[in-house]
Design a protein around this ligand. Structure first.
Ligand code: PHE
Length: 344
């Protein structure tokens, strides 16, 4: 038998295979079936191969095998290219795919409440002032009319820096207000949020570090009713429209008269554990600025009067979120922190 016919065929098929080009998976499959399928080109060549004379078999067999190898390799390569192109297209074009999940952090409850307090008082024209956490005796105690022997100056309550009785960690942010009174001229309307330190045992109810917002308003003819009105507004904005306030007489060296402000408990007087069955919850200390404080800070106490108030942010947050243990604020357990979200 003449083998030139089959060799010619092999060459033609080779040419056809070489010319085939596609990244379309279906077209590649058609190509595979045409060459490698049961009734494909290669099987028919192998069938023909059976009939050629033995001395021609070696050369022809080699050519058929080469064609088979070439076609198999080509299919593999084309498939890979096709898949790559397809996944690239998907990434670039499929706008309907859900976006990757981004886990947003949440603000610390103390920051949320602090920002809310600032927000409420800024609506009344109060601006924020800040000062150092490491202070001197003058700004924390002396200027604020603390008598020499006042227990707040005692080692029990105050952290001193390197045994120096004059340099200490501020025990309240009233120190910032002294700085404002010393450096600015009335009228003054400022709030000072910040971290404060007291040498107290850590328990569910108290901590050696906590946060305060203190407020100060100084102008001509400031009266106790201005104070009461301001605090009533704050309580209603913070805890809801229905909140009632109650002022009880108290004592602070820097205010006279002094008071403590209670808000009505959500149990509406029915009595609950939180308000210890009194119907009232204490939220802050306040009073009219003592004239001695005004003059110590260089303000004419015949011309000006003022009110001041101070609250612990932990306590406000505790009442707002019903948190039972103050230590939770400082442990930074994400299971606790994750529960707080806010726009502020
Ligand atoms: N400075 C007081 C405290 O730390 C709070 C306070 C501020 C009370 C202003 C009265 C007036 O407890």
């Amino acid at each position: 038998m003449d083998t030139s016919g089959i060799i010619k065929k092999i060459e033609e098929y080779k040419k056809e295979a070489e010319e085939f080009k596609s990244v379309n998976i279906e077209e590649i499959e058609q190509f595979r079936i045409r060459f490698l399928g049961k009734k494909g080109v290669l099987n028919s060549l192998f069938n023909e191969f059976k009939n050629i004379p033995p001395e021609e078999k070696k050369k022809t067999g080699q050519l058929i095998n080469e064609l088979k190898q070439y076609v198999s390799d080509k299919i593999e390569t084309l498939k890979r290219e096709g898949e790559q192109k397809l996944s690239g297209q998907k990434k670039a074009r499929d706008l309907s795919l859900p976006s990757e999940h981004i886990i947003l952090g949440s603000r610390h409850p103390i920051s949320i409440v602090k920002n809310e307090i600032i927000d409420i008082f800024s609506r009344l024209g109060f601006y924020v002032s800040e000062g150092p956490e490491i202070e001197d005796d003058w700004h924390v105690f002396s200027a604020l009319n603390f008598p020499e022997e006042h227990p707040a100056r005692d080692m029990q309550d105050t952290f001193f820096i390197e045994q120096n009785p004059d340099i200490l960690l501020r025990t309240h942010t009233s120190s910032v207000q002294v700085r404002v009174m010393e450096s600015e001229k009335p009228p003054l309307r400022t709030i000072s949020p910040g971290r404060v330190f007291r040498s107290e045992a850590i328990s569910a109810r108290s901590h050696c570090i906590f946060h305060q917002v203190e407020g100060l308003y100084i102008d001509k003819n400031v009266s106790f009713s201005d104070l009461k009105q301001t605090l009533d507004y704050f309580a209603k904005e913070m805890f809801g429209e229905k909140t009632e306030i109650r002022l009880r007489p108290s004592f602070f060296p820097f205010t006279e008269p002094s008071g403590e402000l209670d808000i009505s408990c959500n149990c509406e007087g029915k009595g609950c554990n939180l308000c210890k069955y009194t119907g009232w919850l204490e939220i802050l200390g306040c009073g009219m600025v003592d004239p001695n404080v005004l003059s110590a800070c260089g303000i004419d106490n015949n011309k000006y009067s003022g009110f001041a108030f101070g609250m612990g942010i932990e306590r406000i947050a505790l009442l707002k979120y019903n948190i039972k243990d103050i230590r939770l604020y400082f442990e930074n357990d994400v299971r606790f922190l994750r529960q707080f979200t806010s726009a502020l």
